[in-house]
Design a protein around this ligand. Structure first.
Ligand SMILES: [Zn+2]
Ligand SMILES: [Zn+2]
Length: 980
């Protein structure tokens, strides 16, 4: 016996029960053990930031990871199953700061760096445990006790090794640069971080101001800026040498600006002279804040710059090399003075007089006031633009002159591009994106002036000497003091800061630079640290390079992909992975970003509860990964409906199999003789198996689920529906046996096929259908071998033929619907317009099916261009057309009445609670019209209703009676069961 199947699958009951079953039986451990030593599938998990509960977008990526790992496990491949947690960096610090109510770095230092770092570690451990529980709930199989943490000693020391290799190639340097800076976080924000998610639409005050030209009375450069605070540090003004400029008089003063922007001066401006930008180059002017100490002795002049345009502003660009990236580069080119106004906390420095301590944003109004007082203000206006903000805390960034550590990328650029070209990128535009980044990236800024992160192993002396330490052992051997306070601690701040080494130049003790590392170093080294590159080289060789990684595309070109490619290229001159499957972004159901306040965010735990892990996984898998996924409960309902169809087939099978006392053992035998329906569905099944393997082998997650859905449709609405009567036959009937075995084969194979996609429901089906305990089958569906297609059972011609029949039937049905004639009203004919002549034979082989499906007497054919007769209702698709003859003869009408009567009687039999095999007496009183129909089709009525007598005489003590209307004809019906 099979366990009875409930009407609907309840994931709230099934999924926890299956999780417990896997746990109790140690199924995952058995799988790992069974595959040990077999050919390997090398998957590398990109670490999830262990800083918050898992988001539903994480569930998407983790579903892909689990899908391919489960698939390769069923292929019998040995795997590592190592999950990763990303642990260090500003993102964790910011959350801990929030927890502790901290406002700035000063609060952290007061609290104590050691206690703060311990808090960060605690947070990571807390959320890694939570994410583990959530991933298990998703059905993800990993070696959860063996997850890697990027804060581990092995990970940190492996990065030290990498940095040492860079240093040996002369790539590490300390540079001064103007970097985007978050005043709240007190750190530079790298290009990667900004390009990824660091812009917001903001409105600022923009100012037009005038700068007096030296040596010309009442003549001014008209200049414009959106960052007033930077005017304090102005040293130059840039013009485009080829652009047209004018000198124009307005209210007694002369202004210089780009000709296309003359209207800024307003009505009454009078052009005195047209001139090219190059004529302006070299002009001297008085700076807007010459009274400030840092401006003393600076000569302001006009320089040429090809990036100047007349698209906005005045065509003259204010240049402050200490406050802007491009300004800084121009400063280098023209040897301009660099004035750096802002401290770490974003406030003006000591020597900026009345501005001292003021932050950049609040300096705007005082700057306008000062310009006004000096007669330099022209006008102020609102200006909306995309402006960079801190991706962690949302604070507006400023550009600030900083000393940071860099890896010089120029000499590596080509090598990394070569590594990127070794990879198969899915979708293939990934390569172009990565190459584009690699072409344009600047040097990699690897330092952050923070606390919780990789301790950069750079020791520097006042005299300018520095060295990079490559390992713990090297540090120990070079340490001249502080080792005892460091020993026994992880290589983090503040403990590692205690150590001094001897300067290689002057011999004084040198300390570590205070900076921590860019967190992408942490995630970038994992192809090496997790495979024990430094400590167990043989093991590393077994598992490197990786076959497969999968992560979300946007952003990672500049982040994780970039970091692993770079680090692997430096260490091994090759890509650490062979294939990458990238996927797009998850949005809310409405296509907008998910936001709690917009009501379109989906909570992961709530989704497990409401939608179930299987349904979520199927939603993720069937989605085209190139496109953004607008995720919500409606998508889940759609998938649930599709799977209810499968569930109904499963329930149908179990119900009949139990009635017939069919067992899994008896179903294992091959059927003696297959009907064409059996051969068709088995061909479809084996084609599906073949396609699923092909697509999964090609790292395409979406094609197989869609094919499975089509198969479920074939199985339900064609195979089972058309086979229904076969299951009513006597138990010994060989055709019935064939139907059972075929359906059983389909269901069991399907369970195995969908196991990597929907691991819970697959297990549920497998356990009940196979009953492995009794039959010596593998004890879990996940311990079975992935189905292999049986080429002998694939008959593409038959599949095509049945496809044609189904297409014609569906057109015929649509035509019937147009005619508004009842489904049970038999019609004379269907007329099919063929696409090619060979189709006629194919359809004729299935003529009975077509006639039965459409309830018509004749199947007729017409030529491609012949018109349909007027009394035909017609429906067409691009290839075929089918017309239904709508003309009703008296005989057809009688037949229709007889059919309706049979339908009524069947319902009465059910209402009376008769068994399907019970014979009956049928009594009726009817209108002459209906009575004539009954007489004409009496044999048919008897056969269909199992009536031994059909009579219009009165029936004594019927079991059930009813007054009915049969197609508007009144009738009295009564039934009595015949007792033998
Ligand atoms: Zn910030
Ligand atoms: Zn020195």
């Amino acid at each position: 016996m099979f366990a009875a199947v409930p009407r609907q699958p309840d994931h709230r009951e099934i999924e926890p029960r299956i999780l417990k079953f896997w746990g109790d039986r140690g199924i995952f451990d058995k799988l790992v053990e069974r595959n040990q030593g077999r050919p390997k599938f090398r998957f590398l998990d990109g670490p999830i930031t262990a800083n918050n509960p898992m988001g539903v977008h994480h569930a998407w990526g983790r579903t892909y990871k689990d899908l391919f790992q489960r698939y390769h496990a069923m292929l019998g491949q040995d795997q590592r199953y190592q999950n990763g947690f990303d642990c260090q960096g500003l993102w964790v610090e910011v959350e801990v700061e929030k927890e502790l109510g901290f406002k700035s770095k000063r609060d952290i230092e007061k609290f104590g760096i050691d206690r703060f770092v311990e808090k960060c570690k605690e947070r990571v451990l807390k959320y890694s445990r939570m994410q583990t529980e959530q991933s298990i709930r998703l059905g993800q199989w990993m070696d959860w006790d063996n997850s890697y943490f990027t804060m581990s000693e092995e990970n940190n020391y492996s990065i030290w090794h990498f940095l040492k290799k860079c240093h040996e190639r002369g790539l590490i340097y300390e540079g001064t640069d103007v970097m985007p800076w978050c005043a709240r976080c007190g750190t530079a924000i790298s290009d990667q971080e900004i390009a990824t998610e660091g812009y917001r639409e903001l409105t600022h005050k923009a100012v037009y101001f005038r700068l007096p030209v030296v040596g010309r009375e009442n003549e001014f450069l008209l200049v414009w800026t959106t960052t007033p605070w930077t005017l304090t540090s102005n040293v130059a003004a840039a013009v485009h040498p080829e652009l047209e400029y004018v000198r124009a008089r307005k209210d007694g003063d002369v202004y210089i600006l780009a000709k296309p922007l003359l209207s800024i001066l307003g009505a009454g401006a009078q052009v005195i002279e047209d001139l090219k930008g190059e004529k302006l180059v070299g002009l001297r002017y008085k700076g807007p804040f010459d009274e400030l100490a840092p401006q003393q002795g600076i000569e302001h002049r006009v320089i040429p710059w090809d990036e100047v345009s007349a698209a906005e502003g005045t065509g003259i660009v204010h240049i402050a090399p200490g406050c802007g990236k491009e300004d800084f580069l121009l400063g280098k080119e023209f040897n301009l003075a660099v004035i750096a106004p802002l401290c770490e906390d974003g406030a003006f420095a000591e020597n900026f007089d009345w501005l001292k301590g003021m932050d950049a944003q609040s300096a705007a109004q005082p700057v306008f006031d000062s310009l006004e007082k000096k007669g330099l203000l022209f006008k102020v206006e609102e200006y909306t633009h995309r402006y960079p903000v801190c991706w962690r805390c949302g604070q507006e960034l400023v550009f600030r002159l900083v000393d940071e550590w860099f890896i010089s990328m120029n000499s590596l650029r080509e090598e990394i591009m070569e590594s990127a070209r070794q990879v198969r990128w899915i979708p293939d535009f990934g390569l172009a994106r990565e190459l584009d980044w690699l072409t344009n990236m600047s040097d990699w800024c690897i330092s952050k002036k923070r606390y919780w992160g990789l301790a950069l192993p750079i020791f520097r002396c006042e005299c300018g000497w520095f060295d990079v330490i490559g390992s713990r052992e090297e540090l120990k051997s070079k340490a001249v003091s502080g080792w005892e306070r460091f020993e026994g601690q992880t290589p983090h701040r503040p403990w590692v800061d205690e150590i001094r080494v001897t300067c290689g130049k002057c011999g004084k003790p040198a300390a570590r630079v205070k900076d921590v590392g860019n967190p992408w170093l942490d995630a970038g080294i994992v192809p090496f640290s997790t495979t024990h590159y430094l400590t167990d080289h043989a093991y590393w060789q077994e598992w490197f390079p990786f076959e497969f990684i999968t992560e979300s595309f946007p952003g990672q070109f500049r982040n994780w992909f970039y970091a692993i490619l770079t680090m692997s290229t430096v260490l091994e001159k090759r890509s650490p992975f062979k294939t990458i499957l990238g996927y797009a972004m998850m949005k809310g159901e409405d296509g907008r970003e998910m936001h709690k306040s917009w009501g379109n965010a989906v909570d992961t735990d709530e989704a497990f509860d409401k939608m179930g892990a299987d349904v979520m996984r199927w939603v993720f898998c069937r989605h085209n990964p190139v496109q953004n996924l607008n995720f919500g409960y409606a998508l889940g309902d759609e998938v649930r409906r599709k799977f209810l169809t499968l569930w109904n087939v499963y329930s149908f099978f179990v119900t009949y199999a139990n009635i017939d006392k069919v067992s899994p053992a008896s179903l294992a035998a091959k059927p003696e003789e297959l009907s064409h329906l059996d051969r068709w569905i088995l061909s479809r099944l084996n084609s599906l198996v073949r396609l699923t393997r092909e697509r999964l082998d090609d790292y395409d997650p979406a094609s197989a689920p869609r094919a499975v859905e089509e198969f479920i449709d074939d199985l339900s609405v064609w195979y089972v529906r058309r086979s229904r009567r076969r299951f009513w036959k006597s138990a010994s009937d060989t055709d019935k046996q064939a139907a059972y075995r075929t359906l059983y084969d389909c269901l069991v194979t399907l369970a195995k096929l969908i196991a990597p996609f929907m691991p819970f429901v697959a297990e549920e089906l497998y356990q009940n259908l196979v009953q492995p305990n009794e039959n010596g089958a593998p004890e879990s569906v996940h311990l079975t071998a992935y189905p292999e297609p049986d080429a002998l059972l694939i008959d593409l011609a038959l599949e095509k033929e049945v496809g044609l029949v189904r297409a014609v039937v569906s057109l015929g049905r649509a035509a019937r619907e147009k005619s508004k004639l009842k489904v049970r009203q038999p019609l004379q004919s269907v007329l099919v317009r063929l696409n090619e002549p060979a189709e006629k034979d194919a359809l004729l082989r299935h003529a009975d099916t077509v006639r039965e499906e459409l309830n018509v007497h004749d199947l007729l054919f017409s030529d491609k261009d012949a018109p349909f007769p007027a009394d035909y209702a017609v429906e067409a698709d691009p290839e075929h057309a089918a017309g239904i003859c709508t003309k009703l003869t008296e005989e057809l009408e009688n037949e229709g009445l007889a059919r309706e009567l049979v339908h009524k009687v069947q319902n009465l039999r059910k209402s009376a609670g008769f068994e399907v095999t019970d014979r009956i007496r049928l009594y009726y009183q009817a209108s002459p019209r209906l009575a004539a129909a009954v007489r004409a089709f009496e044999d048919y009525i008897r056969r269909e209703t199992l009536a031994v007598v059909v009579t219009d005489e009165s029936l004594a003590e019927p079991d059930i009676r009813e007054s009915a209307r049969i197609n508007r004809e009144p009738a009295e019906l009564a039934l009595k069961r015949v007792r033998e």
